[in-house]
Ligand binder design. Structure first.
Ligand code: PEP
Length: 255
């Protein structure tokens, strides 16, 4: 069986301030440095990326951005390019987060353009997918999730798939305290891997890391990480406390 290194991402969303973000990053970096069995990434708000980079520069903690624009420069008020992100130290980017799909109205087409651009620009790129409660109750979970996977990867060549991570984040579980059961999450992760096998090949499917996201906490992390197709977590709320986030990292190392 292919050994995949778990990846734990901390999506800070629009939280922290300059000082608390730097302190949080420092405490997470201390733990990340002691743990070689897991890749750890934090995604601060754009404005704090550079300051966080100055804190974690010499550590094994990775740094990412919560979004990117799919053009290198120009008249795109309020947007941020890949070159700008790289300049301040980001190496990973989250694309298609449910808050961007559902609150900010990002379309599948825009998400696939951002995927293409982010990968061309050399970023590890995390494609978030997930069904709403309505879609789940209508029995459409797999259909919706695989539709988002296929659309998000439509411009991604096989040779670039090593830069892709997929995060399965059921929308109804994000920030709600509700988590998919390990069996339900495992089932969707397996479907995603099968889908990627069909789109690409066996090796790419077996090496692709698929994170789970949706109210992951220290007390539910271990049972999720015990599932064969769950390769870590994208964490929102619990990533704002170094103790909670570090406990999730520890659970991934022990899985
Ligand atoms: C997220 O925002 O990606 C997320 C999973 O949030 P939370 O852990 O708070 O549910």
């Amino acid at each position: 069986m292919t050994k995949r290194i778990p990846i734990i991402g901390g999506n800070w969303k629009m939280n922290t301030n300059l000082e608390s973000g730097m302190l949080l990053a420092g405490a997470i970096a201390d733990q990340a440095d002691t743990c070689e069995c897991c890749e750890v990434v934090v995604y601060p708000p754009f404005l704090y990326i550079q300051a966080v980079d100055s804190v974690i520069d010499q550590t094994s903690l990775h740094l990412g951005a919560q979004n990117i624009w799919h053009e290198p420069s120009g008249a795109f008020t309020g947007e941020v390019s890949g070159a700008m992100l790289r300049e301040v130290g980001a190496t990973s980017v989250i694309i298609g987060h449910s808050e961007r799909r559902h609150i900010l109205g990002e379309s599948a087409e825009l998400i696939s353009q951002k995927m293409e651009y982010s990968i061309k620009d050399g970023f590890q790129t995390v494609l978030c997918v997930g069904e709403t409660l309505e879609e789940r109750e209508a029995g459409k979970t797999v259909e919706v999730v695989l539709g988002q996977v296929k659309s998000g990867l439509q411009h991604v060549h096989a040779s670039k798939m090593e830069m892709v991570v997929i995060a399965y984040e059921p929308v109804w579980a994000i920030g709600t305290g509700k988590t998919a059961s390990p069996d339900d999450a495992q089932n969707v992760h397996k479907e995603i891997r099968e889908c990627v096998r069909g789109l690409y090949d066996e090796t790419i499917a077996n090496t692709l890391r698929i994170q789970y996201g949706g109210s992951v906490k220290p007390d539910n992390a271990a049972e999720l990480f015990a599932c064969p197709d769950i390769d870590g977590a994208l964490v929102g709320g619990a990533s704002l406390s170094a103790d909670s986030f570090n406990a999730i990292v520890t659970a991934a190392c022990e899985s």
